[in-house]
Design a protein around this ligand. Structure first.
Ligand code: HAM
Length: 432
């Protein structure tokens, strides 16, 4: 195989040690925070019917039109790799009947969008998301936003900002669309080709266009809530009051629309100043989606794990310590018989909960001792033919350099005692 064939596809990454420590940290913290909010995990398939995304995200959005991986499976079904998590989770919850309509769930995993790979944009990326189902209520929106802020704080992020807006209710949409069309039509010469088409197909999408020329036009528009009912404005005011009361700061972004069509009322993005053009580490909003003839209401958000980890690194989180992951004991074997005996000993120690490393390929003693040093293990067990004959092993303390001959019958207890003394705990299983 050519070397380039050993690389993943463009826009997709292998995740491995030591960066994987950040991923594990973020996942662990997230599970802990979700527990405090009474959320349960749900895992849905990566592959779904393409129609599910087209109907919920909206078939005139960029995500559906330009970025979705769609293909026919062997059964002739049109399927898609999930570009986001909400649609699949709502399908799952809708299928659970009335109980599903009041669920609060979280999910973690890969999503796929066939975008041009660049900093902050991957074709396979990973989200941690939340969906809280139930009817529209500003206090639930506030709770969901607070959940997200607490989560990002728990990761260790300090410099995050929150941009908040409303898209109004379903009843506001015809007037909002009409007013935007009236305002944008006279300016269409300054819009990109896609946006000129969007004037007819989905005018709201123009607000989310990435082209600078279109953004300049969008900045001339009045705040979107000028085209909304008093009811929708009151809804948003109640949310703002709740956030003020709780002490969550935010910026009002009066033309924020977000890239997915299912949103109504509250929408927001959380950004990090260190991330450049793709500065949204997270986004969410309230939605209503029609699935299987019924409409499902809720609110949720998803954060991009790659971007969160990049932001953590930008704030100086650095590489997390690998110390908690490394071996406590390293086994050095001189000769095949010693390797077999050490493999049996490592099995005993691992069964007791110890982290053991070592090689069983009979490399030279010197090479194995070097590997033992690099591993960071506190204790090294050395065994060769002389030790096998005597029924002992050599136990080396890597900190002091002291070496003792320990009878095989005592080695497990001795190692457990020494490791526990170091860690200051009673049993090996709880020592880290
Ligand atoms: P989204 O804004 O499309 O929302 O994506 C959420 C987050 O995923 C973004 O803020 C970003 O951090 C990350 N992300 C998106 N695309 C990429 C990419 N190509 N490469 C790297 N990271 C990316 C949603 O997906 C909604 N489902 C959120 C939601 C849940 N709304 C309600 N419930």
């Amino acid at each position: 195989m050519k070397p380039e064939k050993l690389q993943p596809l463009p826009g997709m990454n292998d995740l491995q040690f030591p960066e994987i420590l950040h991923w594990q940290h973020v996942e662990e913290v997230a599970r802990n925070v979700f527990g405090r909010f009474g959320l349960r995990e749900v895992r849905t398939p990566l592959l779904e019917r393409a129609e599910l995304f087209e109907r919920s995200i909206g078939d005139t959005t960029d995500v559906v039109q330009k970025e979705m991986y769609v293909f026919e499976d062997r059964g002739g079904r049109r399927v898609a790799l999930r570009p986001e998590g909400t649609a699949g989770v709502l399908r799952n919850l809708a299928g659970r009947g009335p109980e599903g309509r009041a669920e609060r769930v979280y999910y973690m995993g890969p999503m796929f969008r066939s975008e041009r790979p660049q900093a902050g944009r991957r074709r396979q990326f990973h989200q941690i998301g939340v969906e809280i189902l139930g009817p529209a209520e500003p206090l639930v929106d506030a709770e969901c936003i607070v959940l997200q802020v607490l989560l990002l704080e728990a990761f260790g992020l300090k410099k995050i900002g929150l941009r908040l807006n409303t898209r109004g209710s379903e009843k506001d949409l015809p007037r909002l669309r009409r007013s935007l069309r009236d305002l944008l039509e006279p300016r269409q010469a300054r819009l990109c080709e896609d946006c000129r088409r969007r004037l007819q197909s989905n005018v709201l999408r123009i607000l989310d266009c990435k082209q600078e020329t279109c953004q300049a036009v969008v900045r001339e528009l009045p705040p979107l809530d000028e085209f909304m009912s008093q009811e929708s404005r009151d809804y948003f005011n109640r949310l703002e009051r709740a956030l003020d009361e709780i002490g969550i700061s935010y910026e009002r972004e009066p033309r924020l629309i977000r890239g997915l069509d299912y949103y109504l009322h509250t929408i927001w993005e959380i950004f990090h100043p260190a991330l450049g053009a793709q500065d949204a580490i997270s986004g969410g909003g309230r939605y209503r989606v029609d699935l299987g003839g019924e409409s499902i209401e809720g609110i949720g958000f998803a954060l991009g794990m790659e971007r969160v980890i990049e932001a953590l690194q930008a704030e100086g989180a650095g590489a997390l310590s690998a110390a908690t992951d490394g071996p406590q004991v390293w086994l050095v074997s001189i000769g095949r018989d010693a390797a077999l005996a050490n493999l049996a000993l490592a099995t005993d120690l691992r069964r007791k909960g110890l982290h053991c490393g070592g090689e069983f390929q009979s490399r030279s003693a010197k090479a194995q001792m070097r590997a033992a040093g690099r591993s960071g293990a506190e204790l090294v067990i050395v065994r060769g033919s002389a030790e096998i004959e005597r029924g002992t092993v050599v136990l080396k303390d890597m900190k002091t350099g002291n070496e003792d001959a320990v009878p095989l019958t005592e080695i497990v207890e001795t190692v457990l005692g020494r490791v526990n003394r170091e860690a200051g705990h009673d049993t090996a299983g709880t020592s880290r």
